[in-house]
Ligand binder design. Structure first.
Ligand code: PNS
Length: 161
């Protein structure tokens, strides 16, 4: 039986931190769905379609990774794609409380789906999409924290071309 995992998130935009988790998940599972939350309450810089396109561009080298959008509950998306696990990255202790809430609620909603945490690579433990956007907005250097395609997309969004 195929081991299927979901890597969910807002990915606004994807960073090297996300990519590291996706790559490592793709080595442990047979199939990985990167699922982009469609109707987030957070105001987004990139549209869900743009986020999917950018993630597709930077994950091309991983043949068992597929990008999808999802709406509604994450556990329902997991059921739809036959995933038994949700994989998330944990950067620091500050992530823990929120992640514990997510995991506990998801377990209450569906106890057959487990959540697995991977410690983010230390090189990326300080990165978040929000910080990347803030730096890019003022034309700061983000080349060490996002792939080149994302850097270009950020420059376009903020008219720094
Ligand atoms: O990258 P993010 O914003 O931390 O990802 C959060 C995400 C998308 C994993 C979370 O908001 C989510 O799963 N939303 C879908 C709605 C849901 O299932 N809520 C119940 C769990 S609290």
């Amino acid at each position: 039986m195929d081991r299927v995992a979901v890597c969910p998130g807002s990915f606004d935009p994807i960073t090297y931190g996300h990519l590291d988790i996706i790559e490592r998940t793709s080595k442990v599972f047979d199939k990985v769905y990167v699922s982009v939350l469609k109707n987030s309450s957070k105001p987004g810089l990139f549209t869900p379609d743009e986020r999917v396109e950018l993630i597709e561009t930077v994950t091309q080298e991983f043949p068992n990774v597929e990008i999808r959008q999802f709406d509604g509950l994450l556990v329902d998306f997991c059921k739809d794609v036959g995933a038994g696990a949700i994989v998330r990255g944990l950067r620091a202790v500050s992530d823990f409380e929120y992640e514990m809430q997510l995991t506990s609620m998801n377990r209450k909603l569906d106890s057959t789906i487990d959540t697995i945490y991977m410690m983010t690579n230390n090189n990326y433990s300080f990165i978040s999409s929000s910080i990347v956007k803030e730096v890019a907005k003022y034309d700061g250097k983000v080349e060490d924290v996002v792939p080149p395609e994302i850097e270009v997309a950020l420059k376009k969004k903020f008219n720094h071309e």
